[in-house]
Design a protein around this ligand. Structure first.
Ligand SMILES: [Mg+2]
Length: 109
């Protein structure tokens, strides 16, 4: 297993698809993809990061909250990378749909 040496410019300012590839490569290095990934489990691990963010919010611990938000994105981007999802294109297509939806998408909240 190789040691990861990560430079700031490998992360900051990078397009989402590049971040997805990088997060996925780090997760692979750390063994999270050694066996076939269970998609449901991966999705629930993303939810657990959001739950950790909620706990940090409840404790008014903004540094921990920010870290858990980063964990959430890292796991989400890893999954996108692993599933070869062009997340930039998917966000673009969904944003086009959302722009054409009514106020609050026709719902009360
Ligand atoms: Mg976490």
């Amino acid at each position: 297993m190789s040691e990861t040496n990560l430079k700031e410019n490998e992360i900051k300012g990078r397009p989402l698809n590049e971040l997805a590839a990088l997060c996925h490569s780090i997760a692979r290095e750390k063994g999270f993809w050694d066996e076939k990934r269970n998609t449901g489990e991966a999705l629930m691990l993303i939810v657990t990061e959001l739950a950790e963010a909620m706990e940090a919010y409840r404790h008014q611990d903004s540094a921990h909250f920010n870290e858990e938000m980063a964990d959430t994105f890292i796991r989400l981007l890893d999954l996108c990378g692993g599933m070869k999802i062009d997340i930039e294109d998917e966000i673009y297509k969904k944003s086009l749909k959302n722009k054409n939806r009514p106020y609050k998408h026709g719902k009360i909240c």
